[in-house]
Design a protein around this ligand. Structure first.
Ligand code: ADP
Ligand code: MG
Length: 593
């Protein structure tokens, strides 16, 4: 296009595109669901705006909140169009090329170490999957705010740059976005209607807007017939004259004939069912799984670990469906520290409102995915006002209860699974802080290779034992050899083994549980009951400990003490009460590498 302005892709984006273009990844199908998901997001946005301003929807076809897929077999173009919010020129420049999201480099890294391209949507770069099948892509868009009715076109052959121009030769677009994929020769299958129908069924079943395909059909058309042809038809199709048929219809048949004609029409591919509104009894496990994949943009093979689907009644009515993902999300740490965003989508009477309500779930549960659909919240107010609505507190309370119920059930049912999967989640630290009884741990002496909960530990504590003893390290085997355990084991105290890096973080939050303090046995402050000899020993070795402290210089050690914590080993280095354990130092060092 002559008036086109040229832009370079941001470096990371460019790298990402190279990876996608050269990918030998066989499952190219994912591109369709990414485009449909973007279309659906854009439609959600305009529908939300229309709650407070009906005008924004426009009139006629523009007002239809739907997604349309069209194929041009001759020109080899697959296009996906929505009447969503659209993009202004700056949006096209920023969103599709010049600004890298945090997920961009994360995804590039993942791909370079053999990651699964299927997860592209989770990293917020799903759009670029178009280059799995196309070598040239146009994005034609008209934003709702753009009062001048300028339609812009973004285009790129994925050669490091893209161009933006005003669209002058296309018919007026109304509002929304049309993505045109000029398919590569190897991707011709995406021009087959059946293929696209299958893909929508498979991946986009739970999209909340109707998805249409411009499909060609052969239909029977009745046309007047001359006698010659009528007899021909009767010859070739003798069963049509059946005994039951009345004379009248016989007569009619004689005057008309049926011919095949191809026509095109919009065919609806999905039935827009809101899973969460259905009764849990009617929803199959597979449907829950598929809904989770679509909701979380997590198209891995795993099923969600658990889900909770319920209706809350009373003053505040809502339906909710919560999932525990099969794996910790890739950006768990980042999203945990950098924003409060919960992964819940809030709907009011089936209208998507926001997935950025930080007040729906506490931070420590932010790893859950799900949706909440409220009947009580008002529809026609701003997001800010909704955020302050009093019902939200009640919703939050009920969500937390259900969420913890769900998590407790996992812990009870299958502690192994719980510990292995969930322990990699950093949120565990805060969760355990609140609900220590759900945590399950290895411990040494009494464990018999089984996991125990804190409650079990406490029930087995020795008379007079005040603290919960634990030790942190990299493996059970390593910890079993620790000199810190010598005396404790000898005296038959049980010690909890923390072997996951996250446990170290957890212990910074988890100070006590059921009024019992946590005592890391490799730290200062270990009390093993009264020892009358200790005072005398301290006295008689004072000279030695003083000398030793001086010899090590005060920067290297805080103090040198006589203690009764050891049995065979003559001495150990102990961490101060509030210091970093040796294990924690190791973990932190590994992280900075
Ligand atoms: P994500 O959808 O996770 O944000 P994508 O790479 O799929 O990441 O899309 C990038 C951005 O491009 C979107 O966030 C959105 O701003 C914009 N975009 C893509 N497709 C559309 C569309 N059909 N309508 C409006 N904006 C779109
Ligand atoms: Mg997307």
């Amino acid at each position: 296009r002559s008036s086109a302005e040229k832009f370079e892709f941001q470096t990371e984006v460019s790298r990402l595109m190279d990876i996608i273009i050269n990918s030998l990844y066989s499952n190219k199908d994912i591109l369709l669901r990414e485009l449909i998901s973007n279309a659906s997001d854009a439609l959600d946005k305009i529908r939300f705006l229309s709650l407070t301003d009906k005008e924004v929807l426009g009139e006629g076809d523009t007002a239809k909140l739907e997604i349309q897929i069209k194929l041009d077999k001759e020109k080899k173009i697959l296009s996906i169009r929505d009447r969503g919010i659209g993009m202004i020129k700056e949006d096209l420049i920023k969103n599709l090329g010049t600004i890298a999201k945090s997920g961009t480099s994360a995804f590039v890294e993942k791909m370079q170490s053999g990651g699964d391209l299927n997860l592209i949507g989770q990293f917020g770069v799903g759009f670029y999957s178009v280059y799995l099948v196309a070598d040239y892509v146009e994005v034609v868009s008209k934003h709702n705010d753009d009062k001048q009715y300028v339609v812009y076109v973004w285009e790129s052959k994925a050669d490091g740059s893209f161009a933006i121009s005003e669209d002058t030769w296309n018919e007026p677009l109304g509002r929304g976005t049309e993505i045109r994929l000029h398919l590569r020769d190897e991707a011709k299958e995406y021009l087959e209607e059946d293929k696209l129908k299958d893909l929508v069924k498979k991946y986009s079943e739970f999209i909340n807007f109707p998805i249409y395909l411009w499909s060609t059909k052969e239909v029977d058309v009745e046309v007047p017939a001359d006698e010659e042809e009528t007899s021909e038809e009767e010859d070739s199709n003798p069963e049509t004259t059946k005994e039951e048929e009345t004379e009248e219809s016989e007569e009619k048949k004689a005057k008309t004939k049926i011919i095949k004609e191809t026509t095109s029409e919009w065919e609806l591919l999905n039935d827009v069912k809101a899973v969460w509104l259905r009764s849990p009894k009617e929803v199959t496990d597979e449907e829950y799984s598929k809904f989770y994949h679509s909701l979380a943009k997590d198209f891995g093979d795993d099923k969600p670990m658990a889900w909770s689907h319920f209706t809350a009644e009373g003053d505040v009515e809502f339906k909710a469906l919560l999932f525990v993902p099969p794996k910790a999300p890739h950006d768990l740490y980042e999203s945990y520290y950098n924003n409060n965003k919960s992964n819940l989508k809030l709907y009011v009477r089936r209208v998507f409102i926001s997935d950025e309500f930080d007040d729906l779930l506490p931070k420590y549960l932010s790893f859950l995915k799900g949706i909440v659909d409220s009947d009580t919240l008002p529809l026609n107010v701003s997001r800010e006002m909704l955020q302050q609505h009093s019902s939200l507190k009640t919703i939050k309370k009920k969500l937390i209860r259900k969420a913890l119920d769900m998590i407790r059930k996992i812990a009870e049912k299958d502690p192994e699974e719980y510990i292995n999967k969930d322990k990699t989640d950093e949120e565990k630290s805060e969760m355990a802080e609140k609900k220590g009884q759900y945590a399950k741990f290895w411990n040494d002496t009494k464990s018999d290779g089984k996991l125990a909960s804190l409650d079990e530990y406490i029930s087995r504590m020795k008379p007079g034992q005040k603290d919960i003893f634990h030790i942190t390290g990299s493996s059970k085997e390593q910890l079993e050899k620790s000199p810190f355990l010598e005396r404790l084991t000898k005296k038959n105290y049980e010690v909890i083994f923390f072997t996951d890096p996250v446990d170290e973080y957890l212990m910074q939050y988890l100070m006590d549980y059921e009024d019992k303090k946590f005592q890391n046995v490799s730290k200062e402050g270990l009390k093993l009951g009264k020892d009358s000899k200790l005072k005398d020993l301290k006295e008689s070795f004072k000279e030695l400990t003083d000398w030793w402290k001086k010899a090590l210089e005060s920067e290297n050690v805080d103090s040198v003490k006589i203690s009764n914590r050891l049995h065979n080993t003559p001495c150990v280095v102990v961490t101060s009460m509030y210091g970093c354990s040796a294990n924690m130092e190791k973990i932190m060092q590994a992280q900075t590498l």
